[in-house]
Design a protein around this ligand. Structure first.
Ligand SMILES: [Zn+2]
Length: 104
């Protein structure tokens, strides 16, 4: 079988917009919509990135969630994040796409 569009493991990460059906590529971490969230409810010392991406054609936002490895030991440890573990299987994830958590 062959993937025609929406290849997560090609040269770039390719998404198919579920609203307008266009195909777009995320080339680096600069293309993510990153929202820093606090995984511990009563502490603001540790912030982790929540990943998302916006379709450049129609503006539809796709929520991708957090990297579960960033949440280990926090109160949000059991947050369900199916996307990032999948995308992290890319060998260039850390180098090109990973956003670091912030510890103060
Ligand atoms: Zn779109």
């Amino acid at each position: 079988m062959k993937i025609v569009a929406g290849d997560y493991f090609g040269k770039n990460i390719q998404f198919v917009c579920r609203c307008c059906n266009c195909v777009y590529e995320v080339e680096s971490k600069d293309d993510w919509n990153i929202q820093m969230i606090f995984p511990n409810y009563c502490s603001f010392k540790y912030k982790v990135p929540e990943y998302g991406v916006t379709c450049p054609n129609c503006g539809h936002e796709e929520y991708l969630g957090c990297d579960q490895d960033d949440l280990i030991g926090t109160e949000s440890e059991n947050l369900h994040c199916p996307w990032i573990p999948l995308l992290k299987k890319r060998t260039d994830w850390n180098e090109r796409y990973r956003v670091e958590p912030i510890r103060e």
